[in-house]
Write a protein that binds this ligand. Sequence first.
Ligand SMILES: [Zn+2]
Length: 463
Amino acid sequence: MWSADEIASLCYDHFNKLPKRGKPEEGREWTLLAAVLQLTHSPEHKTVHKQIVSLGTGTKCIGKSVMSMNGDILNDSHAEVIARRGCVRYLMEQLYRAVSGQSSAVFQPGTEKGQWMVKPEVSFLFFTSQTPCGDASIFPMNCNEVQPCKFVKETQNKELERRGSKRTADSDLEEHPRIKTRVGHFIFEKSVDGEEQKSTTENKERSQSEDILKRDLHRTGAKCVPDGPTDPLQPGLLYHNTGLLRLKPGRGDSTLSLSCSDKLARWGVLGFQGALLSHYLQKPIYFSAVVVGKCSYSHQAMVRALNTRCAHVTGLPSGFSTHPPKLLQSCLEFTCNHTHTEVQHTHAQGKISPCGAAISWCAVSQQPLDVTANGYKQGVTKNVLGTPKARSLISKVELFHSFLKLVAVTEQTQLPESLCGKELRTYWDYKQAAGPYQQAWTQLQLQAFPLWCRSPRELLLFH
Ligand SMILES: [Zn+2]
């Protein structure tokens, strides 16, 4: 019904058609791209309509010292996060349409009072032009150069060459030995052709230590969260620990934003709709697949980071369940990424750098394009900072206001139970009142992510 390349190509085309504002300067600046696609299945025609409902670019994250108490700054402007927030904005408008009696492409009435469901023919998938930062980005480099283990048979090698860099779950297993990670070291479980299993434990240990010294690791700039295990920062494979929550790097100051790997893992359990929308939804909304563009990629690291870390979580409230997305990679590259920009770059252009702006585009009726820099609308003058003019339309406060408009248009008899008879005022109040969502979040934290740092409450008390 769709392929990873088709999804990637739709996203790149959509990006290319956007106006220049916020895009990187060719050959000097690079950026990252992410998008949410809505798939609408038509069983009678056996077709799937694919629509980009949100697209985001961006590479930056603000430090904790500049976070705002008014919900008016974007803390995290990595493309994945921008794309998710744009999708929430899109869903907010679709729900507004449904609740106010207009047609919606996404929602239909649920079976309980004030509850809505995604139409059965509709599903969502996530695209990102690069491996998400954090845990999914940690994996050994050049796996098939490693000795003495023989990884890939001749025939398999030819098959891999024929398929180019495109990798599926199967080819990934052929290409890499299965690696079982523990804090600080790697243990081989099984090699592809089974030869390693015949070797003695002694040989195995020797090859492991040689392997650790010889091979290097793809690294992530995201640092381990405080109060937990840290990275050994030793040479080769011992540089990082795997499976850990990580914070995004910021400019100078440290951030409170979890890595994109961690956020994607969380959306796989809580859904990506967030607490506010969950008031109106009978079930959370999950991504059915995550597609990554051509880049350094490890299927195993993706599985570990996005799926395995939460797979054991149980005791979730009704409607919630662990929802591991299908993981795929495309062989099409985003031409504004770091690698491509380096190839095009000439000395006369000055130093290569990440683009400071973040673009959000989403399929809404008014002002679909929203370009920001440093968390605020790009190009605003100092004297409008702090006013609505400077805010991004996907900032917390703007999404909250859209939600309040939705509540205001809802007839009293159709109001979700979780919003009835309560004195709710602030953003924090409304989020906390989303009972099942908060219960699911508590279970996820207790069972998988005890060190997840939540935003300080005082930053969420705006209204
Ligand atoms: Zn990221």
